[in-house]
Ligand binder design. Structure first.
Ligand SMILES: Nc1ncnc2c1ncn2[C@@H]1O[C@H](COP(=O)(O)OP(=O)(O)O)[C@@H](O)[C@H]1O
Ligand SMILES: Cc1ncc(COP(=O)(O)O)c(N)n1
Ligand SMILES: [Mg+2]
Length: 730
């Protein structure tokens, strides 16, 4: 078969569409926010709603007893924009306001009625069969009245109060949890508990049969409603495995598209679902054909999922063409889950087109609906309508413009820059939020890396992680999976990554890589830095003895300044070490730096006696920068990050020292013999091995975020090592 382009198939006999839609999914009611203008304070109700919805609230009731109808309409219009389809919105009591807000284009899903408000029958007939109608109830007589209504008139009951509360004047006698349980058992409709509910009540109310808990002050008066919502949902038992939907194309070879996404979601701890936008006929060598089923059928897949399942995050991949984009956009506007990651797939790793060129404009319109975009450099350029960036700083600036234009965060992937580095950066409207340095892994197993990255990110974010941490964690997982990809032996082109490499190696999701694997990964992380150090003329001429004496003295004077404070950070590591063997090791290393290495420097700098010339030099910028980095790590207070920052001064010196010593041939007449001997000393090699053992053991025992922070501290120190040697100039 030859490439067919992006042909859309005609509606075939096997395509059927049946779509009875339900108003409420099982857990929309789990955490129900009732707004309060006073408790929301100066930040305002809209800000509280925005944060609470970001924290997982899926049901919002606007309640403002004092506002007039015009103000309620205004507020509904504003809240409907803020919510943007991420949650259902109803209003307390005001039927006319719903009608008017809807007329003005607001999405208002329904109404909540008190016993003395308009009748449920009237509300249902005015708002139509798809609207949500809720009713307050707390007595057996209320239940009898509900049973007398035609079925489908009321969707849920708000039942309370559970505890005495100040947010409802003249509330009835509190039911307590036991009273609620008795009421819910007799009710024909789902019952949401309301009234003075705090986090400690949530589990008991769920056990008592509640369909959800409605809260006012627990969210409106919370310092951060997003965090408060997360905690309440966790207490409800909803904080578990995130449900993640991939909307993407199929890759039958299993390396990219939905197949990669489902593996990436599972490997990162999520439950994966997939709605297929297009089928590709591809393998590791390229794409042979693309078949795009009718967009209405994609919509049927999406509706089938969202009618039944609470979706915590969506990852969007291959969209093929504008019809699919329009369908995804319209679905997203109605059901926007709390997390949306959009990987603007345009061209496959093999170079084949996965998006019609005329669909680029339509894709741009979709971007504001995403929370995070993950373009590679060519895709970034297309979206920004600019030529492709040729430098990393250029790419960051381009990403900043795209973020400002779309309101989404942008993860720029430096993979397409070429060279030894494969950095990524998280960029917001005011510039980079965090950069993630990383060396390029030499491998052909990169098919589906972009798909896997974006699906992993949606999952980690939905599991309650900060975007910055989510990126660090997913990168660490993906790098391990890329390294292991070749071992799968799938295909002869760009092979897939091994999504479960970490799991298979150790037989558990939380298991950390072993010490040796960490040492190997970190050492390979700094391969380009080590190569750059080896290429410095300063070190080459130190080895062959041709380095001018003055350059060497300059270097020694800086190194003396460095060692004095390096010894102090070693002592700090000793001070905060959690066990006495490590405490002794760092204390001994501090002592060695002062009495061993520093005395050598002093004797070479001022042969007359210690102290004379040793610390006279002005510290060079590279010296200051390196020491600031170490002191920053010490100040940060995490022992593990501090010792990771201290490690390159052992490891790189032992490595460079041994090789220079070998090059110099152990010649006692060599002008720099005593310096070369010091760092090639077997005792220094032993100390280095011990330092590597201690640091990598701590890394293996650390959580994945700390491990990544350790690795980054290690890479930064290594870069300071290079800059320090380079500063000696020539
Ligand atoms: N050879 C590699 N070494 C290290 N990281 C890589 C390599 N190839 C891709 N990555 C990482 O995989 C992720 C996906 O990037 P990339 O392959 O550039 O995206 P895409 O597949 O969309 O072109 C990025 O985090 C990137 O840094
Ligand atoms: C169905 C499908 N979707 C996406 C990609 C892009 O893959 P990559 O992650 O390598 O950019 C692909 N090759 N096939
Ligand atoms: Mg890609």
């Amino acid at each position: 078969m030859t490439p067919t382009g992006l042909a859309t198939a005609p509606r075939s006999a096997s395509t059927f569409l049946a779509a009875p839609r339900r108003r409420l999914t099982a857990d929309d009611l789990a955490l129900y926010l009732v707004t309060d203008p006073v408790l929301s304070g100066a930040r305002g109700v809209a800000a509280v709603v925005d944060a609470a919805v970001a924290g997982g609230v899926r049901f919002v009731q606007l309640r403002d007893k004092d506002a007039d109808d015009a103000s309620i309409v205004e507020q509904l219009v504003e809240l409907s924009e803020v919510i943007a389809g991420r949650a259902l919105l109803v209003v307390d009591d005001r039927l006319d306001a719903v009608v008017e807000a809807r007329r003005r284009g607001a999405r208002v899903d329904g109404i909540h009625l008190g016993q003395s408000d308009a009748s449920p029958l009237l509300a249902r007939s005015v708002l139509g069969p798809d609207a949500i109608v809720g009713l307050t109830a707390h007595t057996p007589a209320h239940l009898d009245a509900v049973r007398a209504l035609p079925s489908g008139t009321v969707d849920y009951l708000g039942v309370g109060v559970i505890h005495p509360t100040s947010t409802k004047a003249d509330h009835p006698a509190p039911l307590g949890v036991a009273g609620f349980a008795a009421f819910a058992a007799a009710s024909p409709l789902p019952c949401v508990a309301i009234g003075g509910i705090e986090r400690i009540d949530v589990a008991a109310l769920r056990a008592a049969g509640a369909a959800g808990v409605a809260v006012v002050s627990a969210l409106c008066a919370a310092p951060d409603p997003r965090v408060a919502a997360r905690k309440l949902l966790r207490a409800w038992g909803a904080g578990g495995v995130p449900r993640v939907l991939s909307i993407a194309g199929s890759d039958p070879s299993g390396g990219a598209g939905i197949q990669a996404d489902l593996k990436a979601i599972a490997a990162n701890g999520g439950y994966g679902m997939a709605a297929i936008t297009a089928l590709t006929a591809q393998n590791t060598r390229g794409v042979r054909g693309v078949h795009v089923p009718p967009a209405e059928f994609l919509r049927a897949q999406l509706d089938a999922i969202s009618d039944d399942v609470r979706i915590d995050a969506v990852k969007i991949g291959m969209l093929a063409g504008s019809a699919v984009i329009a369908e995804v956009g319209s679905w997203l506007r109605e059901h926007r889950p709390p997390t949306v990651v959009l990987d603007p797939v345009m061209i496959a790793t093999s170079g084949d087109r996965l998006l019609d060129s005329e669909a680029e404009q339509a894709l741009r319109a979709l971007l504001p609906l995403a929370d995070l975009l993950t373009p590679n450099l060519p895709e970034l350029a297309v979206l920004a309508r600019e030529p492709a960036a040729t430098s990393w700083t250029g790419a960051l600036a381009q990403a900043q413009r795209l973020s400002a234009e779309t309101g989404a965060l942008v993860l720029v992937k430096g993979g397409h820059l070429g060279g030894d580095e494969a950095p990524d950066a998280l960029v917001g409207p005011s510039g980079p939020v965090r950069e993630y340095p990383g060396s390029r892994i030499r491998t052909a197993s990169t098919h589906g890396t972009g798909c896997s990255l974006s699906a992993g990110l949606a999952t980690r974010r939905a599991a309650d992680h900060d975007w910055r941490d989510a990126v660090a964690e997913v990168r660490s997982w993906l790098r391990e999976s890329i390294v292991a990809g070749a071992g799968l032996q799938v295909g002869s082109g760009h092979g897939p990554v091994s999504h479960f490499a970490g799991l298979w190696r150790r037989g558990g999701l939380d298991a950390a890589p072993g010490r040796e694997a960490i040492a190997a990964e970190w050492w390979s992380s700094i391969a380009p830095i080590r190569r750059a150090i080896d290429d410095l003329p300063f070190l080459q001429r130190l080895a062959d003895g041709s380095l001018p004496e003055a350059s060497f003295r300059w270097y020694l004077a800086q190194d003396a300044l460095y060692l004095r404070d390096y010894a102090r950070t070693l002592a700090e590591a000793s001070r905060i070490a959690p066990d006495s063997a490590e405490q002794a090791f760092w204390a001994h290393s501090a002592e060695q730096s002062v009495i061993g290495e520093l005395q050598l420097h002093a004797s070479m700098l001022s042969p007359e006696g210690v102290g004379d010339e040793t610390f006279r030099a002005d510290p060079a910028p590279a010296t200051v920068a390196y020491l600031d980095h170490l002191r920053g790590a010490a100040f940060d207070g995490d022992y593990r990050v501090l010792i990771a920052a201290l490690l390159p001064c052992f490891w790189i010196y032992a490595d460079v020292g041994t090789r220079l010593h070998a090059q110099a041939g152990g010649d006692p007449a060599h002008p720099f013999a005593s310096w070369l001997d010091e760092y090639a000393d077997p005792r220094f090699a032993e100390a280095t091995e011990e330092a590597i053992r201690i640091v990598t053991a701590r890394a293996a025992a650390a959580d994945v975020q700390t491990r990544e922070r350790m690795r980054i501290a290690f890479v930064r120190s290594s870069e300071h090592e290079r800059a320090f040697f380079a500063a000696a100039g020539l």
